[in-house]
Design a protein around this ligand. Structure first.
Ligand code: CUA
Length: 321
């Protein structure tokens, strides 16, 4: 049985071939030294314990050349093996293949968004064709996050004001967990997503359906989907429970009190402004932490979200009617 099976998730990218053997080597070497050191501690403390009638101290040896050379050479060889092995893997991870498809990754509190070459976008779900090298051009809109896909053996920090680059080549169709691996505030632990590796054909279908999203279904129904897929629901409930943002139950058509003491009627334009420029009118009692959705939502998406929020209001009629 491979003891590391319990530690590393099943591999999903080509990096596993180089990372996993090194990881196993480190575990095994560390295990061997753990046994040697702990047995030494136990054996010596029993053997050289204080006994009655035995002279207290004998003179300590000053040095032992053979022993000292051994305890320098063995660790030196071991760490050089780890260094060279790791450096080889690091190079492979750093050099992006020329034919890689590029996806722009944007991290912000507290979700991931992805922009694909032909204009498609997605939130918290990266969709890629299997076996195609994918280059990730990553940046953050606020604090440091870290893009971590354990199955791909891939982790890289995502910084504000600077691009970081990572790449991977998936080996199997499937769904893989995506985590944020850098503490980034209240909802860091919920900043998760999926990498969905699909066949080339499914990928093309997905691109096409993403372009046509929302056509053929009622706006409110499409809005309900967006509310989840664009991660609105991570901060806003629609049942009255307050979260990081105010609940959106019974907001449409009502007066909303703002943090500057004024109030505003929550109509379509208020919703639109709050989606695109969330810090313009902040609800009293809440922090101005919502990121802008400018560029992430098309007009028809915003229309659909508003239609959905209207279904959660007791004032579905036009305000003032
Ligand atoms: Cu983003 Cu932790």
């Amino acid at each position: 049985m491979d003891p590391t099976k319990a530690v590393l998730p099943p591999p999903g990218s080509t990096f596993a071939q180089s990372v996993d053997p090194l990881f196993n080597f480190l575990i095994i070497v560390a295990g061997i030294f753990l046994v040697i050191v702990i047995s030494g501690v136990i054996i010596f403390s029993v053997r050289y314990r204080k006994r009655h009638g035995v002279a207290q101290l004998s003179a300590a040896p000053t040095h032992n050349t053979a022993l000292e050379v051994t305890w320098i050479l063995i660790p030196l060889v071991l760490v050089m093996i780890v260094f060279l092995w790791g450096f080889k893997g690091y190079l492979a991870m750093s050099v992006v293949p020329k034919d890689a498809m590029e996806v722009k990754v944007t991290a912000q509190k507290w979700f991931w968004s992805f922009d694909y070459p032909d204009g498609a976008t997605s939130v918290n779900e990266l969709v890629v064709p299997v076996g195609v090298p994918v280059k990730l051009l990553m940046s953050s809109k606020d604090v440091i996050h870290s893009f971590f896909v354990p199955s791909f053996r891939l982790k890289r920090d995502v910084l504000p004001n600077r691009y970081t680059i990572a790449w991977f080549k998936s080996t199997q169709v499937g769904e893989y967990n995506l985590f944020c691996a850098e503490y980034c505030g209240t909802k860091h632990s919920e900043m998760t997503g999926k990498v969905r590796v699909v066949t080339e054909r499914e990928y093309n279908d997905w691109l096409a359906s993403s372009a046509a999203a929302g056509e053929g279904i009622a706006p409110a129904e499409y809005g309900a989907k967006l509310f989840v897929s664009k991660a609105c629901h991570t901060c806003h409930s629609v049942d009255g429970t307050p979260g990081n943002g105010p609940s959106l139950l019974n907001v449409y058509g009502h007066e909303v009190k703002l943090s500057d003491g004024s109030s505003v009627l929550a109509d379509e334009n208020y919703f639109r402004e709050s989606i695109l420029n969330p810090r313009a009118k902040v609800v009293i009692g809440y922090q101005p932490i919502m990121p802008t959705y400018q560029g992430l939502l098309k007009d028809k998406d915003i229309d659909a979200l508003i239609a959905y929020l209207k279904t959660h209001s007791d004032m579905e009629k036009e305000p003032g009617e």
